[in-house]
Design a protein around this ligand. Sequence first.
Ligand code: PA5
Length: 459
Amino acid sequence: MAIRIDYSNMIGEAAGGISEADWTSAAGGFAKSHAGFAALRRSGSVGFADIVSDEQLRDQSLNYASLAEGKYDDVVILGIGGSALGPIALRTALRPGAWNMLSSGSRDGLPRLQVLDNVDPETISALLERLDLSRTLFIVTSKSGGTAETMSQFLIVHQRVIEASLKPDDHFVFVTDPAQGALRPLAHRLGVPALDIPPSVGGRFSVLTPVGTLPAALIGIDVAELLRGASDMVARCETDKLAENPAGIYGTLQWLADTKYGKAINVFMPYSDPLRDFAAWFVQLWAESLGKHLPDGGSVGQTPLAALGATDQHSQVQLFMEGPKNKVVTFVAVEERGADVVIPKAFDDVKELGYLGGHSLGELIGIEQRATAGALARRGRPNLTIHLDRVDAWHVGGLMMLLELATAYAGQLYGIDAFNQPGVELAKQFAYALLGRPGADAARKEWDSLPNPDSRWSV
Ligand code: PA5
């Protein structure tokens, strides 16, 4: 079992990458960023790397899932942002069949998992129409315990559960901060069980807490193995020697490529359908953590962009090959796949078909990834490849931790706080003001002072 990063196409002029001299001198900066992050861990303020070995936290999910066995056909997460993207990524990677809204009945005796991560009324109406509430569990996930989208969904679903004369404690479980926010006291009031998101773990770093492990356990993902993969990555990254620390290498390469070589975009491109939603999880992690103001008024952050191989070879790769030289491409290659299909030998006399026969689809997708990486490097477009032996719980846990640690190191290198998100606050306050939430008077005033839309600029 292994996770390996090949970054030869990131270093040296030929691939348009970082000079060897810059890379060698980055080691000192990384050691400082490693120390900065270690201090945050020691202080207890940032806990995502340490909770993966917290057995009590893991058992909250495993115990709940074992009590729930056989009771539900559908599990529905109500949550948004970090409360949704991690569980979606886990489901697609590790239980690809567990999402199908249209299939009747559960699969292998395990429930389907749906994630309502938006407040578009069409989606929630369609889902509620299809569900048999008496066989459905709703996981309400919110670290802050007060997010408007999630609370609205909860209010709607709670009313449906009551109207159906069902008991809330049989159909809801909350995942939230142990002390803060409205969900915890509401859990006591309704007698609904509540699992913990430790105070030191923020939304987009929370996938390996009950935010991800509870739904994962309910749909039959091997949670212990997921956490083992993550713990193994934490151990590999204890060193402050850049050349030996995979997350350090990833974070430092991206930071250097962005700040010194103008690579403002980081394309995340797995060659694997199971990792399709993993890319969306990474996009949130990288964007919300690193896109920040600096104390001197400047702004930093590399824009993450999701792509999928080989599909995007017929779409975005044209831009990556010939568009502005402002990108780094992160490929994820998978060595062994859960299934493979051999392409039959036929139509030997047809040039476009004959050469394919006898190869397998696994071989084809792997060759296409190598060919694209090579072609980009040949055109002076830096890229790196994260190799996974296979997409299983151990590797997915390890890859998540690799990228979370890389984000933490990159935050230190940029000189910003990777764990807050002040930039989303103003729009939230404006929405509160427009909805009449108590305490939003200042935001209402600011909103009212904004210029009205100018009719000259509207058609
Ligand atoms: O990463 C984050 O902190 C955010 O994306 C949150 O996950 C998102 O805003 C949802 O917040 P909460 O879990 O408090 O409802």
